[in-house]
Design a protein around this ligand. Structure first.
Ligand code: ZN
Length: 278
């Protein structure tokens, strides 16, 4: 039996919970931190402590995020996202947990997605808790910084555009329109903990799964890997579709190292039972 046949059999059984990572969105034009080459991003991701305490770091963050949003905000779901939504519609996928902050699962038609690390499309005030849309916030940033542009050397999946620090000069940050408080994207920064409610919802989903299907995650960070560890401990099948190395290898009964945009639509075809036997 080929790997794709095996995967189609497991998924066909239903009770699948998906855990997705950056590799699912690369085909939408959002680069992974670590692509198949295994090269990690340059620089250090923002931490909550630095963001809240250092006005210069905050200006740097928002300038880079303002530029990066042009890529993230324009990204469209790819064949992999649509396949996951279709498997949910076919009642094979019971739950979706994502490490991605791009909202592309929902844009691809999926519902009830647990966004472990939040969503870049939402902005929260750290003072009054007021929530605003990214769209509105971007309009305010644009108005405060007419004509701001910089040469972007790379974009990270958290919407961080890499630019030279010299280009930051004069960039104005905007604060909460209601209370003047600090605005932060509704995403979990490096070193921040994932809200307990999202973690417990995710563990509940995994506990009820027949198969945990990891899509496009190297499982480098514990916030995602812990669900694989739990599944393996509970005797739940673990399947991984990922391009490149994965730290989930010791726990997976099945690993498919291939492009998600090809594997997942093929999986849908097989589950729908219309595949031509090959
Ligand atoms: Zn506020």
């Amino acid at each position: 039996m080929t790997q794709i046949e095996q995967l189609a059999e497991w998924v066909g059984d239903g009770g699948v919970v998906v855990l997705s990572g950056a590799g699912l969105s690369t085909e939408s034009g959002i680069p992974d931190y670590r692509g198949p080459s295994g090269v990690a991003r340059g620089g250090t991701p923002m931490t909550y402590q630095v963001f809240t305490r250092d006005p210069l770091a905050r200006r740097r963050y928002w300038a880079r995020s303002h530029l990066g949003w042009r890529t993230i905000g324009d990204a469209r779901p790819n064949a992999g996202h649509r396949a996951v939504a279709r498997l949910q519609e076919l009642a094979r996928v019971d739950g979706i947990i994502t490490q991605n902050v791009d909202g592309l699962h929902q844009a691809g038609g999926a519902h009830g997605v647990v966004e472990l690390h939040g969503n870049l499309a939402r902005i929260t005030c750290l003072g009054c808790g007021d929530g605003t849309s990214r769209h509105e916030h971007e309009a305010r940033l644009g108005a405060a910084n007419p004509g701001f542009a910089a040469a972007v050397s790379a974009i990270n999946p958290d919407g961080d555009a890499e630019i030279d620090d010299a280009e930051l000069a004069g960039f104005a940050v905007v604060d909460c329109a209601a209370c003047g408080g600090l605005l932060k994207p509704d995403v979990v920064y490096f070193g921040e903990t994932v809200p307990a409610e999202r973690v417990s919802r995710s563990f509940d989903l995994v506990a009820g799964a027949r198969t945990l299907l990891v899509l496009g995650s190297s499982l480098t960070v514990m916030s995602g890997r812990r669900f694989v560890l739990r599944a393996a401990k509970d005797g739940i099948r673990v399947a991984i579709v990922n391009q490149g190395v994965t730290r989930g290898e010791p726990y997976a009964g099945l690993i498919v190292d291939a492009a998600l945009g090809e594997v997942l639509p093929e999986l849908v075809r097989r589950v729908e039972g219309v595949a031509v036997p090959g």
